[in-house]
Design a protein around this ligand. Structure first.
Ligand SMILES: Nc1ncnc2c1ncn2[C@@H]1O[C@H](COP(=O)(O)OP(=O)(O)O)[C@@H](O)[C@H]1O
Ligand SMILES: [Mg+2]
Length: 487
């Protein structure tokens, strides 16, 4: 490709040089030839006038000796009477020559002025310059062949041509260098465009070179940069969409699955009761309890699903107000203490500095804390301890629930806040969990423009953290947390 550009540029430049040389040659030849002829015409006229002085009338011209006179004059000499009759000629026999009345140079000479003409001689067959000078009753004409002039013009022409070619030599070298430079730049730009076309938006052109090439390279680089960014953004959005789509599909499958198990159980035991077990005092109460247990599970599940979808579709009305952190902590602890005591677990409070407030919906915070405390109680063995507290974290306030429970393996942590994600599914169900508790926590925290996270060590315990805005301004008009819609 580069080679072709180079070739075209070189051919173009040589074409231009050639045209210039041809034009110079043509005009210079023309000028030189005209100058030579004008000079020769003047010389012949002068010689003619001198002859006219010696032979003022045609009759005075000696019939013999014309050849010698012509030699002295340096050209063919002809004497013509004013009626066109040739009286003498240095080269031919005048009697055999035709009437010269209509020769252009003689028409002028017979009118009394010096006449001249260039034409092919009918007698000898070569180009001649004829100059005729008037004399009394006729004219003397001197003619020379133009071949000599043509030779001289050719010499001048050769000199001019070689001079011009020599003068153009540096131009040719410069043109070649320029063509090579231009074609190389073009080559690199073409190669670069090829890379872009192949989708390699990372490629960059070195932005060296002249002003135009530099600007072109810069513009192309900027374009590539923009494309790269756009592509990355599209890629990112695509991945996000795929992720959301996967989560949505998983969610539908999970919900159906979660609903089917208790429903199947209720159906099965009801059938058994109807087909006779109702009368059997040994089983009827047990079966009814199982049915109640599954109905409760369904109720919890639907309750949690409704809560999630309400927050997600922003139908949940939050009443954001300033609340003292310690009040929020105490209310949650009070609410969960009976359950903790039942499991012989103590809940400790690490109060925030007194009077510290957060901007939140107290119902939502109560649900967040009770979900976390419920989990902590469920996963902490008898005799364990749970601590709730809060601490400043920039313009937010961070609350935490720490337990001395079983802990969570590190590889489970990244997906822990996803809906229905449970480390031990069977155990979660056994404990009456729905697998939605942490997803609800995450959504409620995000609705406060905060973030939720977990730190855990197996067999040592877990700590769940979440942040709440310190004041109304941190809440933001719009939901700033992108995870809010992603999960
Ligand atoms: N404090 C904790 N200690 C150990 N594991 C926990 C703790 N909290 C949550 N988990 C794990 O995270 C899972 C999801 O919790 P959650 O969303 O509340 O669902 P559920 O409690 O209904 O199982 C739990 O099943 C459990 O495996
Ligand atoms: Mg839970």
């Amino acid at each position: 490709m580069t080679g072709r550009i180079f070739f075209k540029l070189i051919v173009g430049m040589f074409g231009l040089l050639l045209v210039a040389i041809v034009l110079v040659d043509y005009f210079a030849t023309q000028v030189a030839r005209d100058a030579y002829i004008a000079n020769l015409r003047r010389q012949l006229a002068d010689k003619g006038r001198m002859l006219a002085l010696s032979f003022p009338e045609p009759a005075r011209f000696p019939a013999v000796g014309a050849r010698e006179i012509a030699q002295a004059a340096g050209g063919r000499v002809t004497v013509i009477r004013s009626d066109g009759l040739v009286l003498a000629d240095s080269e031919a026999n005048p009697r055999e020559m035709e009437n010269h009345r209509n020769r252009p140079e003689l028409i002028d000479a017979f009118r009394g002025v010096v006449g001249s003409s260039i034409r092919r001689s009918a007698t000898i067959g070569v180009d001649f310059l004829y100059v005729a000078v008037p004399i009394h009753g006729g004219a003397i004409r001197i003619a020379v062949p133009l071949s000599a002039i043509n030779r001289q013009v050719s010499e001048v022409r050769a000199k001019i041509l070689s001079g011009t070619a020599l003068a153009f030599l540096p131009a040719v070298v410069i043109a070649a260098l320029l063509a090579r430079w231009v074609s190389r730049r073009f080559g690199s730009i073409l190669a670069y465009a090829g890379e872009l076309a192949k989708g390699n938006f990372r490629a960059r052109l070195p932005s060296t070179g002249g002003a135009e090439f530099g600007t072109l390279a810069r513009t192309l680089n900027e374009t590539a940069g923009n494309l790269e960014q756009t592509m990355a953004q599209l890629q990112h959005e695509h991945t996000e969409l795929e992720k959301v789509e996967r989560i949505r599909k998983d969610f539908v499958i999970n919900v159906s699955h979660e609903l089917r198990t208790p429903l199947a159980s209720i159906q099965g035991y009801t059938e058994t009761l109807i087909s006779g077990a109702l009368q059997d005092p040994q089983y009827n109460m047990r079966f009814l309890r199982i049915i109640r247990h599954n109905a409760e599970r369904l109720a919890r599940l639907t309750e949690d699903l409704l809560t999630l979808s309400r927050i997600e579709q922003k139908r949940q009305k939050f009443e954001f107000e300033a609340h003292r952190v310690n009040d929020l902590l105490r209310d949650a602890v009070e609410l969960m203490t009976p359950l903790a005591e039942k499991n012989q677990i103590r809940i400790w409070e690490e109060p925030a500095p007194s009077g510290v407030e957060v901007w939140c919906d107290s119902e939502a915070v109560s649900q967040i804390l009770s979900n976390l405390l419920d989990n902590a109680i469920k996963h902490t063995p008898v005799g364990g301890a749970i601590t709730v507290g809060g601490r400043e974290s920039g313009r937010f306030f961070e609350l935490y629930v720490r337990d001395t429970g079983v802990g969570i393996p590190a590889e489970e942590l990244p997906r822990l806040f996803e809906r229905f994600y449970r480390v031990d599914k069977a155990r979660s169900r056994e404990l009456g969990g729905t697998g939605l508790g942490l997803a609800i926590v995450k959504h409620l925290v995000a609705a406060h423009n905060g973030t939720a996270r977990v730190e855990s060590r197996v067999n040592e315990g877990s700590t769940f953290f979440f942040t709440l805005p310190g004041s109304e301004s941190e809440l933001g008009g719009e939901r700033l947390n992108p995870e809010f819609t992603a999960l």
